[in-house]
Design a protein. Structure first.
Length: 395
């Protein structure tokens, strides 16, 4: 099928819930994608941070195919080797205690919320159900994860939202302290780099003080690492750069290299809070996805993670060096980069990039978001930067 035929089928049969870019994609190799007609696009999106190892990775494909031919699904009423091995790998590389496997970021965050409320109710009874999140945060599209999200733009249309959430400004320790002093809080949930909100890293001193306060008040600290996790920021998880020990860490996106998979890790304080019958999911820990995730983790060596940090620093420095451009600020960690624009609309800039052969994302009200595959080559980076520089120079 050609691009126009694909778009017509979408128009006729798919609900119009996405403002899609005017591009159909057919195949990929490395960090480059191709339309059905063969037009090449350097990919600075990796499927919104999902395709962590890029495209056409033979080892990843063989891991998926081998497990699919062996055993594709049996449910969590039984044990499988990929899930067992993946759990061990995640726990050993994070210092956490136990893991629950899910399917998506929103589902992972919902599970973490349930765990926090169960932990507090078991220990203190009723009255400590509130989850505090940060203004400008994003935690998912389900009713409950939308309620957790600290952006008013998402709090539309779907009333009533789940109760029990309050939002405080990011990096405002006194505001957080005041919320916890009310005595009804069971958890604080935060993204260490606010992704959808504009790629905004939290202040490390604030995070450290927040973690200490949570420990003092016996309030669980949940790090939403759906986007920042799995090597995206230059370490396996971003919290490993903040000198903290969270109680719960959620993950998804890049963990299985392109297949739907997620979950949450729990520390020793709350690892036993969820008991048989209190939480479940049919597809969580699917052996094919788990096999893919094992391959991803095996690939994310310390050497590769250091290279992610190097590439990210190079991209940020390159953009910052461009004179007379439309750039106001460059921010982020590793290969999670936000390019704040002075006057231009991010959607317009992204559309121009696509016309010239570069795929980028937007975030917040003023930023382009760059999430290239972690394995992107230096050559692909330079091609993408050349296009971005050209576009920004025209704005």
């Amino acid at each position: 099928m050609n691009s126009q035929q694909i778009k017509e089928l979408y128009a006729n049969y798919v609900m119009e819930t996405y403002a899609r870019f005017d591009v159909a994609l057919d195949r990929g190799e490395g960090a480059t994608l191709y339309s059905p007609e063969g037009k090449a696009y350097v990919d600075f999106t990796s499927g919104i941070g999902v395709c962590s190892l890029g495209y056409g990775n033979r080892g990843w494909a063989e891991a998926v195919m081998g497990q699919a031919l062996k055993l594709q699904h049996v449910s969590n009423l039984f044990y499988t080797e990929p899930g067992a091995r993946l759990a061990k790998a995640l726990v050993e590389r994070t210092g956490m205690s136990k893991v629950f496997f899910a399917n998506s970021g929103a589902e992972s965050n919902e599970g973490a919320i349930k765990l926090a409320r169960k932990y507090a109710r078991d220990k203190y009874g009723a009255g400590r159900e509130t989850i505090v999140t940060l203004v400008n945060s994003f935690h998912g599209r389900t009713i409950t994860s939308l309620a957790a999200t600290g952006q008013d733009v998402f709090h539309q249309h779907f009333f009533p939202f789940t109760e029990g959430f309050r939002h405080v400004p990011a990096n405002d320790y006194e505001a957080l302290k005041a919320e916890l002093a009310r005595g009804d809080v069971c958890a604080v949930m935060m993204e260490l780099v606010q992704g959808e909100g504009g790629v905004l890293p939290l202040d490390k001193e604030y995070v450290a003080k927040a973690a200490a306060l949570c420990r003092e008040k016996d309030v669980l600290l949940i790090c939403d690492e759906v986007q920042t996790g799995v090597g995206r920021t230059g370490t396996l998880f971003a919290f490993q750069q903040f000198d903290i020990e969270p109680d719960v860490v959620t993950f998804a996106k890049g963990i299985a290299g392109g297949l739907p998979f997620g979950g949450f890790l729990a520390g020793s304080r709350c690892e036993s809070s969820l008991t048989p019958g209190t939480h479940a999911t049919t597809f969580g820990g699917n052996p094919v996805c788990a096999a893919a995730a094992l391959y991803v983790l095996d690939t994310l060596t310390q050497e590769l993670l250091r290279d992610v940090a190097r590439k990210g620093a190079h991209i940020r420095a390159s953009i910052e060096s461009w004179s007379a451009s439309a750039v106001k600020q460059v921010r982020g960690m590793g290969l999670m980069i936000g390019v704040s624009l002075k006057d231009a609309k991010p959607a317009d800039a992204a559309a121009r990039c696509i016309e010239k052969g570069l795929l980028v994302l937007t975030a917040g009200s003023d930023a382009l978001r760059l999430l290239p595959p972690l394995t992107i080559s230096d050559e692909e980076i330079e091609k993408g930067l050349a296009i971005l520089k050209s576009v920004l120079g025209e704005l």
